[in-house]
Design a protein around this ligand. Structure first.
Ligand SMILES: Nc1ncnc2c1ncn2[C@@H]1O[C@H](COP(=O)(O)OP(=O)(O)OP(=O)(O)O)[C@@H](O)[C@H]1O
Ligand SMILES: CC(C)(CO)[C@@H](O)C(=O)NCCC(=O)O
Length: 381
């Protein structure tokens, strides 16, 4: 288990789930203990406001049962929701596994809603990262659109956003976070994303990447704007080094791989921004993980190719865009006559569970410290 994982108990009243190719993202609302007894303050018209926090957790998709146990424990223990037969131990079909109803939301729609929500409501959400400097960007709500959203998950989606609910997926690439982790595991024998990142911190990409200087006798190719230290060919030195994989340090391989993936995404993003005349590019997805080297590489690629015209921006809650967007669509249910508690799920994955349905009576572990909680209140109609 990840050392950052720890056990805890919290109260979940509303939740949204995004089940991706690599990770499951969970956004849930946890009411404050200081609300009135049923957790809400009535404000009139039968409307009540509940104060609390939006919390974030992530789980590996292959360990979906941990996620379901986490939700089940925290919803059932606190909210008194009962399984149909009143016990948490019995088997029940996958859809009913949690004893709650999920409404499905479109993935791209959720991503866009998530970013718009963050940019409009959460202060100091967006920032630039260049030359080791993180600078928060003041977002003018009247001058937010258009922008390009680049979501780097297992694969990469590029979406032109023109307004609330106005967007088009204009491009994508299968060379994304999954490629980095998949190739990284094969090439370095590391077991996890964190291990691969740790390796990449210590590595030197120049050992394997072929630089412009390697081809041009140590000099810049200034006529076409390439410095001697620019990468001419990722992994290119391996062609003629006469080395086997084992002869390279895993740290250097990890570094080259991270650089290659980040550079490539930065370049494709820029080209798409150019295609539609977009000046602002927001990068999200769990691949980024707030990592300085990744953000720097992407920013440099965008800066370099756009000659400073376009700006790469990052988001504090980068990994939870889809789940947040699904969460924000709760309001769409406000006029529903259906009194069952609905929760949101990004529509893209079939829930898969192992055959073992026995409920563990331990507190379930979740990696909850990845996204800062957001203080907020929700209206219940
Ligand atoms: N703890 C982690 N475990 C596994 N991958 C991680 C972890 N942290 C960051 N990553 C990176 O994030 C990527 C997954 O990002 P994200 O959760 O945004 O995408 P996804 O929803 O799983 O994929 P997709 O949207 O393509 O279905 C992984 O492929 C990996 O590169
Ligand atoms: C398939 C999705 C949308 C799933 O999140 C994502 O992994 C992705 O955008 N992949 C890239 C696919 C492509 O455009 O080549």
């Amino acid at each position: 288990m990840d050392p950052k994982d720890y056990c805890f108990s919290t109260q979940i009243s509303h939740l949204a789930l995004d089940i991706g190719g690599t990770l499951i993202k969970l956004v849930y609302f946890s009411p404050n203990g200081d609300n009135s007894q049923d957790g809400s303050i009535v404000v009139g018209n039968g409307c009540s406001v509940v104060k609390g926090r939006l919390c974030f957790a992530k789980f590996e998709t292959r360990k979906i049962d941990d996620c379901l146990d986490f939700i089940r424990f925290n919803i059932l223990q606190h909210s008194g929701v009962q399984h149909p037969n009143g016990t948490t131990r019995d088997k029940f079909p996958v859809k009913e596994k949690l004893g709650i109803v999920f409404d499905k939301e479109d993935e791209m729609h959720s991503l866009v809603s998530g970013v718009n929500f963050l940019l409009k409501t959460v202060p100091r959400e967006a920032f630039t990262y260049l030359d080791g400097q993180k600078e928060f960007v003041q977002i003018d709500h009247n001058d937010l659109y258009p922008y390009l959203l680049v979501n780097i998950g297992s694969g990469v989606s590029m979406i032109k956003v023109d307004g609330d609910g106005k967007y088009e997926r204009i491009s994508g690439t299968s060379l994304g976070g999954g490629t980095f982790l998949g190739l990284g595991k094969l090439l370095t024998k590391c077991k996890s994303f964190d291990e691969l990142l740790e390796l990449s911190h210590q590595g030197n990409n120049r050992v394997i990447d072929m630089l412009v200087g390697d081809i041009y006798g140590g000099t810049d190719y200034s006529k076409i704007g390439l410095s001697s230290t620019a990468i001419a060919s990722s992994f290119g030195k391996a062609i003629s080094d006469g080395k086997e994989l084992e002869d390279y340090q895993p740290e250097d391989v990890a570094r080259s791989l991270l650089r290659m993936i980040s550079n490539n995404i930065g370049q494709i993003a820029y080209l798409n921004a150019l295609r539609f005349g977009l000046k602002r590019i927001f990068f999200g997805g769990f691949f980024i993980r707030g990592l300085e080297y990744t953000m720097d590489t992407i920013s440099v690629a965008v800066h370099f190719w756009s000659r400073g015209e376009a700006k790469a921006m990052f988001l504090r809650h980068e990994g939870f865009l889809g789940a947040l967007g699904a969460f924000t669509s709760y309001k769409d249910q406000s006029h529903s006559n259906d009194l069952k508690p609905h929760h949101q799920a990004v529509q893209r994955a079939v829930l898969k569970c192992s055959g073992d349905d026995s409920f563990r009576h331990t507190l379930v572990a979740a990696n909850i410290n990845d996204g800062e909680a957001i203080e907020c209140s929700i209206n219940l109609v």
